[in-house]
Design a protein around this ligand. Structure first.
Ligand SMILES: [Zn+2]
Length: 228
């Protein structure tokens, strides 16, 4: 017989299980790169005129990085996704159209993440596991969702805020060049839903990279792609 006491115990057990599920999912989200390394990551592309400039600089610096591509952009510019991979960088997905997870239902978010991953994988002809949610926002339900999708979810530890309109080279370098062992640095080779059109000019990010790379290497740290 379901007495009030038993019902209360059942609800508590369910609540505890749900809490553990969220805790387990949150624990699976990665934030730190391996010891002794720093990972440079680039979100929101690919986009002609900016992703290729980032790739040119990384090639000159002999650095391998990680690109979290928006699925719709990957479909529009498949040659850039293939160039990213061909030049030794890691490729991850970053949703299909970059909605804000806080303003998106869980069902729509699931579709965004599944189709975003498929879009990038389709261009490369190989599955990809690396994933970063738009705006780095997960929340409890989002954490459980990405755990179920079996993606390798990465946030970051250093944000030089290069996505802000008017971001300067000095401003970006002053934050990103302080990256230390295990840091994951957030850059943008494109900006989805920019606060102002000037954020779409990625020149400051491109120009900041040599100083950031130099500073990290002077500290004896390796610049590496994110592990899957
Ligand atoms: Zn983004």
């Amino acid at each position: 017989m379901l007495t009030p006491a038993r019902l209360s115990a059942a609800v508590t057990t369910r609540g505890t299980r749900a809490l553990w599920r969220v805790k387990d999912a949150v624990a699976q989200v990665h934030r730190r790169a391996p010891e002794g390394s720093v990972a440079l990551t680039f979100d929101d592309g690919p986009q002609p005129g900016s992703t290729d400039r980032v790739l040119d600089v990384l090639a000159e610096l002999d650095v391998r990085a990680t690109f979290f591509c928006v699925g719709a952009n990957a479909r529009e510019h498949p040659e850039l996704v293939r160039r990213i991979r061909a030049e030794g960088h890691a490729v991850g997905s970053h949703s299909l159209t970059h909605p804000h997870p806080r303003e998106t239902s869980l069902g729509d978010l699931r579709r965004e993440y599944v189709h975003g991953r498929r879009a990038v994988a389709g261009v490369l002809g190989a599955d990809i596991r690396l994933f970063r949610p738009p705006h780095g926002h997960l929340g409890p339900a989002g954490s459980v969702l990405v755990r179920r999708l079996a993606v390798s979810t990465w946030l970051w530890t250093v944000d030089p805020q290069d996505w802000r309109p008017g971001a300067t080279v000095d401003g970006i370098v002053s934050v990103a060049a302080r990256a230390s062992s295990g840091d994951v640095v957030l850059f943008h080779d494109w900006v989805e839903q920019p606060e102002a059109p000037e954020a779409l000019d990625r020149s400051a990010t491109v120009a900041a990279l040599p100083a950031v790379v130099r500073a990290v290497r002077e500290r004896g740290l390796r610049l590496e792609r994110l592990p899957t």
